[in-house]
Design a protein around this ligand. Structure first.
Ligand code: SF4
Ligand code: SF4
Length: 339
């Protein structure tokens, strides 16, 4: 059976809050996008977490929250934060985790309190995953997934594609099926955080894959997983001729919050003080220009303006100077339903 991908259109009717409640982590992944000099090193207390969650509550369409870090389960009050989000009417709650599941988190939450535990794994084998995420992290993540499933929690998995692990993507569907994961997110590694700090000449530097590699491997792996009954979501990355371009910063309602109070509308901006908003005294305030909101207005033939500024290496040009393809917003996704 052929499963067709569907482009998930942006909407301002769904507010998504990506809430980094701390930046500390037990791992030191080579492709980590966390940048403490830009995002802070604080661990927010529960009163602050509640106040910041409240800023997005009370809308006609209840918001969704994804708790992130660092490793969010290192925060001892994560269960309280989940309960506060529920009380504030959040319609879905996800916890992104590296799988170590600190502070006995599975026993301090009920399966109906969390919509998904989303596990990060970047290889189908310990050799590839652990070369990126650290020794022992593959087995620890699998153990965490199995414990979460045994506890009745819904689980999903995030695979961040880079030059270092593209070759194992095609092996992931079998692994996901065997461990019982029902939702698979494929991401592109961003040239931000650690990958941006490493010199381009460093042999170990994490790079993005070429357009040809992406288009050869990623849709096929997504299709394979869908045929096994797994729902798959992956970035569109390249627009076909005639496909409309839209910037989520202008037409969607996403907020990427960091412990130092910065609130971005675009994840590609996160290495820079370009945030459109900030929490000051627990109030969400707009930043003066120039910030990311001014950049979103620029209409360029290459598509995404932040990609053009910080990742220009992934754009190709024709002899007449026009781009071969337009790069889609990094938040534009393709979805294939399994089954
Ligand atoms: S688990 Fe996440 S936050 Fe921790 S080092 Fe890895 S990428 Fe960074
Ligand atoms: S990734 Fe590009 S298109 Fe998407 S929000 Fe950022 S600037 Fe806009």
């Amino acid at each position: 059976m052929i499963h067709s991908p569907r482009t998930v259109a942006f909407t301002q009717n769904a507010t998504n809050v990506f809430f980094h409640i701390l930046t500390a982590c037990n791992l030191r992944c080579r492709h980590c996008y966390i940048n403490p000099s830009q995002h802070g090193v604080a661990s927010l207390n529960i009163d602050t977490i509640t106040a910041w969650l409240s800023a997005f509550a009370g809308k006609e369409n209840p918001p969704n929250v994804i708790f992130l870090g660092g490793e969010p389960t290192l925060h001892p009050d994560l269960p309280l934060a989940v309960k506060q989000a529920r009380q504030l009417g959040y319609q879905s709650i996800t916890i992104d985790t590296n799988g170590y599941l600190f502070h006995d988190i599975l026993n301090r939450l009920q399966p109906d309190e969390v919509d998904f535990f989303s596990f990060s794994l970047d290889g189908a084998t310990p050799a590839v995953n652990d070369s990126l995420r650290g020794d022992g992290s593959f087995q620890a993540c699998l153990k965490g997934i199995r414990q979460a499933i045994a506890g009745g929690f819904h689980t999903s998995l995030i695979y961040t594609v880079s030059s270092a692990n593209l070759q194992e993507l095609e092996k992931m569907p079998e692994l996901l099926r065997d461990i019982g994961i029902c939702r698979f997110f494929i991401q592109v590694v961003g040239i931000r955080g650690k990958p941006a700090q490493a010199a381009a000449s460093e042999p170990d530097r994490i790079n993005q894959v070429s357009p040809e590699e992406w288009l050869n491997k990623v849709p096929a792996a997504a299709q394979k997983a869908a045929e096994m009954g797994i729902d798959v979501i992956y970035p569109k990355v390249f627009l076909k001729p005639g496909e409309p371009f839209a910037c989520a910063g202008k037409v969607a309602d996403n907020y990427f919050i960091f412990p130092n109070g910065r609130v971005y509308r675009c994840p590609l901006c996160e290495d820079y003080p370009l945030h459109g908003k900030i929490f000051e005294n627990n109030r969400l305030t707009s930043m003066p220009g120039i910030n990311e909101m001014d950049l979103f207005k620029l209409d360029i033939p290459e598509g995404c303006v932040m990609n053009r500024i910080i990742q220009p290496g992934n754009i190709r040009y024709l002899p007449d100077g026009s781009p071969v393809y337009r790069v889609a917003c990094c938040l534009l996704k393709e979805e294939i339903c399994g089954g």
